[in-house]
Write a protein that binds this ligand. Sequence first.
Ligand code: FAD
Length: 413
Amino acid sequence: MTATQQQGNAGVVIVGAGQAGYQCAESLRQEGYAGPITLIGDEPYTPYQRPPLSKSYLLGEVDKERLQFRSSSYYAEHGIELLRATMVTTLSPQTQTLQLSDDRTLAYDQLVLATGATPRQLTIPGSDVAGRHYLKTLDDVDRIESHLQQAERIVVIGAGFIGMEFAAVARKLGKTVQVLAHAERVMERVLSPQLSDYFQQLHQQQGVEIAYGMDVERIESAADNSYRVHCSDTSHYQADLILVGIGSLPNTELAEAAGIICDNGLLVDENGASSVPHIYAAGDCTRYSHPFAAAALRLESVQNAVDQARAVAAHIAGQPKPYTTVPWFWSDQYDTKLQMVGLAEGCDEQVLRGEVASGRFSIFHYRQGALRAVDSINKPADHMISRKLLAAGVSPNKEQAADSGFALKSLLG
Ligand code: FAD
């Protein structure tokens, strides 16, 4: 494709070949869309899943090939042109064209922005030392692995999901792990205090040290390739490898420059449509007024990327299926599987189902008497039934929720 394609035959162009981009391409075909599909990603790989990067892949339990959603032949077989290692540099909604990093111009009839999010960067003195890592891509993991084998002392800056999953892997690999949390508890942004306590104890039992309320001020390099991480309270920590997990920011530069309305994410409706005609968005780069939430929110999860991409594809294919799925998420740390469904923010009552000490329990979160979220620890059956209850708007009463012997599915008729 050396020249701009003819309008009307350009088909759907998807920018970003991650979870949402791949899903959108696949769902377009499933919905019967027969026009051209071009999937453009700046990474050099066949689209792959990210969750194992901080879990089984980092532990060496799965190989690269198993990370792929589909083998590379799938794309050609389904008429999906996959452009790898290609960055979209400019978007012009007026001419419905994109500029690519290899100087090509590409036209679109419908455009889907699935550009994801980028790890928030540390900007303190010394934050560019070679032993400081982020964890987002396969290339990041390759870089981490090249240092990890020799590293004894790991400092994790940030106690969010990525930081705590990495801490768990590093402990499993026998490293000394110090987590420096800015917050007062682990995974504070998403977990209830009770679950933060549970995970704190889990990590501490495994030998992870956690310091709270820490402000990392600077990183100093030592002659022996190690580092000293200094905090504002004058404490300091020796490290051979530093993992930074301090949140992420939506990749909206392309959209903003093109005049699409963004505000901590590309603002989209229930079909993933943006403020500009013929332009949709899905996944980590979006913010959406989800019917289940009180305000527009940006979700960074596989579920959100998949369901939003499906809604976009269905709308483009002329069979709208608005995105209303109740949000859900999971995390694996050691042998503990956390599964969350719903949104616990603003909840005023919690009910425990099962025994915390058994390591298998769920917490039901209620707001004004209505079930709003369920967090399950090693209780996949509770999670699955809770998804159905929340989707149907059915609330077990608190006695039913607390009684492990009560069959919650009986409430669904
Ligand atoms: P991404 O998958 O990030 O894909 C976006 C792609 O677009 C990237 O490849 C990016 O490089 C590319 N791109 C951006 N701009 C351009 C451009 N201009 N031109 C071309 N390409 C571009 N979620 C869970 O629910 N459970 C988990 O356990 C879990 N674990 C995770 C572990 C890790 C280590 C990470 C990083 C994420 C994890 N997530 C998890 C989150 C989940 O993976 C993301 O929410 C999901 O990948 C979002 O999909 P996306 O398509 O929006 O973005």
